[in-house]
Design a protein around this ligand. Structure first.
Ligand code: ZN
Length: 300
């Protein structure tokens, strides 16, 4: 009798709790066409969070155009939108630059994305094209088809002829902006900037950080804005990094030496156990994000 009951329960219980694969956070955030009607707030970290009250960068402005409009990733914290307006006005003073072509910022409510970036989740990251804008009247279609240019040599150790003094001035202007936390560039760009830097450039130069990729665009990351209590700044902070100087050192050189050609090490005697697969932004469910992100998703 007891056994029969247990069997019955096992059957019913199994039926009553169907296994439902939990929807990924990137699917939920990727489906939102508009920002949330909430006060602006960057929530969580650059690579694990979301954005309340994000606003859309106008597709075309006096000194910029947003690119790849079909992605609907021209949304950012209002601080980011003002920063892009400021920087593009400065860029427009450079010879041959009408302003800036702006790549991905964030989705309308931030969050993880179905393709591309690990970061760009809280409305405080923006990719800016290395291509100098010759015109600011590109059509929607042009903006899907036009490509940026690479400023890196084929062997990845230096900049190429596409990189100019104007690029340096624009990246420097971004680094000098008090709202900016750090800027990611291909390592050869930082090497080039170190060559021309003087003592007084030390302070802002640490904000320019070498990173793989980033030769078709540079990536600007803003500090957590005042009032965004739930926004967590990146560690180590640039202030902490600056204790070791401006970053024009061996750690920079590593990117164009050992990083590209890792020194050979003796093979381990036993094959090492494969490391468990690291979970990335595309694996996150809502449980991985700060709990306030559920409210951002549900808001009007
Ligand atoms: Zn980026």
């Amino acid at each position: 009798m007891v056994r029969a009951l247990i069997t019955l329960c096992l059957t019913i219980c199994a039926l009553a709790t169907p296994v439902v694969a939990e929807t990924k956070a990137n699917t939920l955030f990727g489906a939102k066409a508009d920002g949330s009607n909430q006060p602006p707030h960057a929530i969580g970290t650059y690579a694990k969070g979301c954005g309340a009250g994000l606003v859309q960068l106008p597709e075309t402005g006096p000194t910029w155009q947003a690119m790849r409009l079909s992605r609907n990733r021209n949304w950012g914290h209002p601080e980011m939108i003002s920063f892009l307006e400021r920087l593009s006005a400065q860029a427009a003073t450079q010879p041959g630059w009408k302003g800036l072509y702006i790549g991905d910022i964030s989705q309308p409510r931030g969050g993880p994305m179905v393709s591309g970036h690990q970061s760009h989740q809280i409305g405080l990251d923006a990719d800016i094209w290395m291509l100098p804008p010759k015109r600011l009247n590109l059509s929607r279609k042009d903006r899907e088809n036009l490509s940026s240019i690479s400023v890196r040599s084929k062997d990845q150790t230096a900049v190429n002829g596409n990189f100019t003094a104007a690029h340096i001035e624009i990246i420097k202007a971004a680094a000098l902006d008090p709202a900016v936390d750090r800027i990611f560039v291909t390592p050869p760009v930082k090497i080039e900037m170190c060559k021309t830097a003087t003592r007084k450039d030390k302070k802002w130069l640490q904000k320019v950080r070498p990173l793989y990729g980033h030769h078709y665009h540079f990536h600007v990351r803003l500090k957590c804005p005042d009032g965004s209590r739930l926004c967590q700044t990146q560690k180590p902070t640039v202030a902490e990094l600056s204790k070791n100087g401006d970053g024009c050192d061996e750690t920079l050189n590593w990117w164009v030496t050992d990083y590209l050609n890792p020194p050979k090490v003796a093979a381990p005697a036993k094959p090492a156990k494969p490391a468990p697969k690291k979970r990335g932004a595309r694996d996150y469910t809502m449980d991985d994000l700060p709990k306030q992100c559920a409210k951002v998703l549900a808001a009007q």
